[in-house]
Design a protein around this ligand. Structure first.
Ligand code: ADP
Ligand code: ADP
Length: 238
């Protein structure tokens, strides 16, 4: 089953009088429970594509179908009910974590916003998610800045997963972390994918980071998908 289907997607930035065609006619699909790697050198448009799929940016043309619904032209209000189906994990979790909220509030608020009215039920889900991402129970009453980079990314991942999305766009989720921590966070993401039945679009500038756990890899260059490889050929090629 196809979860995400993109066709002829374009995203442009205005830079002075110039238009930057950051995403320049991209088509791709991500299946239910599939992990697709999106690799390419810095500046080729990966982040822009990820943010456009999430509708954090508006495409200038093209189609984005999520679970059968066209979302490319939905306004913010109509997007809200679709947001819970897809979430994003950023390179810098601070980009998405309000520093004035405790970890508990950070995880509790999205549930509230999305209509989980029972406070007991919310607490149960927050505690469950904190455990799944490997946060200690006392972490919930602390603030994001009190944690190390790896722990902070665990919070970012919990924040992305608390609404039980089916697709998670991971944008360089380990690139800012120490090497020893990178493997821990990657293993966590792989475990969560298996336990929760998630699909990932996994963005990285580094093929060696993604080749071990993706089903397929797409290679982006100057705003376009220029190559794709399945898991088998990824392992065959040295
Ligand atoms: P990647 O994630 O692959 O590093 P990006 O999506 O960040 O690539 O950037 C793609 C292109 O769009 C680059 O040329 C970048 O300079 C440009 N770009 C990214 N964000 C903006 C912006 N807000 N305004 C103008 N140009 C941008
Ligand atoms: P990333 O690869 O994670 O997008 P970047 O360093 O490319 O990191 O971009 C950091 C931020 O700056 C992003 O929000 C991006 O949209 C913005 N940005 C990137 N390139 C440009 C640019 N040429 N002009 C304006 N903003 C840009």
């Amino acid at each position: 089953m196809t979860l995400l289907a993109i066709e002829g997607l374009h995203t442009t930035y205005r830079s002075g009088t110039r238009l930057v065609h950051a995403v320049d006619g991209v088509s791709l699909e991500v299946g239910e429970r599939e992990t697709v790697g999106l690799v390419g050198e810095s500046g080729c448009g990966k982040s822009t594509l990820g943010k456009t799929i999430m509708r954090l940016l508006d495409p200038s043309r093209g189609s984005i179908r999520l679970d059968g619904t066209e979302i490319a032209d939905l306004d913010d209000r109509s997007m809200r009910s679709h947001r819970r189906k897809m979430q994003m994990v950023f390179q810098d979790p601070f980009a998405s974590l309000n520093p004035r909220q405790t970890v508990f509030r950070l995880l509790d608020t999205p549930l509230k916003v999305h209509g989980v009215t029972d406070a007991q039920e919310r607490r149960r889900r927050v505690v469950d998610m904190a455990g799944r991402v490997g946060l200690a129970p006392d972490a919930l009453e602390r603030y994001p800045h009190e944690f190390s980079g790896g722990q902070r990314q665990r919070i970012g991942i919990a924040r992305a997963l608390i609404l039980s999305p089916r697709l998670v766009v991971c944008d360089e989720p380990v690139s800012a972390l120490d090497l020893s921590i990178q493997a821990q966070i990657l293993n966590l993401l792989v475990d969560l994918k298996r336990d929760l039945g998630l699909a990932y679009l996994f963005i990285s500038h580094d093929l060696s980071v993604v080749r071990y756990f993706v089903d397929r890899v797409l290679v982006m260059y100057l705003g376009k998908i220029v190559e794709s490889a399945d898991h088998v050929s990824l392992w065959r090629d040295p």
